[in-house]
Design a protein around this ligand. Sequence first.
Ligand SMILES: [Zn+2]
Ligand SMILES: [Zn+2]
Length: 344
Amino acid sequence: MRAMVLDRPKQPLQLRDVPKPRPGRGQLLVRVSTCAVCRTDLHVVDGELPEPKLPLILGHQIVGRVEEIGGEMWEGPQRPDSRGTEAAPTFAIGDRVGIPWLGWTDGDCPYCRSGRENLCDNARFTGYTIDGGYAEFTVADSRFCFHLPEKYDDVAVAPLLCAGLIGYRSYRKTGDARRLGIYGFGNAAHLIAQIALFEGRDLFAFTRPGDTATQESAKALGAKWAGGSDEMPPEKLDAALIFASVGPLVTAALRALAKGGVVVCGGIHMTDIPSFPYANLWEERVITSVANLTRRDGDEFFDIAPRVPVQTQTESFPLEEANTALDRFRAGKLRATAVLTIAE
Ligand SMILES: [Zn+2]
Ligand SMILES: [Zn+2]
């Protein structure tokens, strides 16, 4: 099969003919239709995340169709995080399937046993520690896969699998914050803002200073206020979400918080956070981060997304132009979420 392979960080991906993977027990062999490009892919290519599998096939926002099922399906309750008793989804040959970042957990460590499988000690991650979707085929453990809302086609649904899903987990960490700020108004922000507005939050959008085009698009979406990340909002915020990998935004967001407010860092990698006066944290302000996702996050997100309905904006690239997509992403030159289109 054709695949774009990362041999070593800081090198372009190589288009290569590699053996088609074979599904083990409970795994699906999936013919990949689309795979959206995530900022995490860039962090892996740029050597900013430790110890990726090498050589590696990137990509963890995968949409495809089940081609083959390895052995028997898992049976019984397999989703300890999903309300305790929910059975894993079952798939048949030909079904459409979504494959996310969380590829496998042991189900047995203290984190898994306490409903926090996103923190599993032995978790494996799609397109990072196991091969992902920048290829014609991939295999995935069926217990971690999702059925996708029919409302979306294969291109439109792909960005929901990470920007949407982990964005949603970040958003839920803001509790019932009424005044919600979002720093870094890119793809994840665009998706989560739609849910926040649907749920009646007041939205404050922070962009790179001077990026009036993004500020206008945030206002068009329904933001109450939009401005540069160096500005203070007209009201104090009950919560701030940070989707840019820029550490100084944490202290900026902290200054904008009301008492008891929370700053949620939604990314896997960030530059260093500058020091700040304790007074900015006092009065029960909180800084936290979000790591990975649980399957329950996915179930909840794919329930709410089509009801909003969350709209995605995409820009398609053929598989062999993955390097172009990554380069444009790094340079801030994408107009929307890049989606690799693989099968017809
Ligand atoms: Zn575990
Ligand atoms: Zn991602």
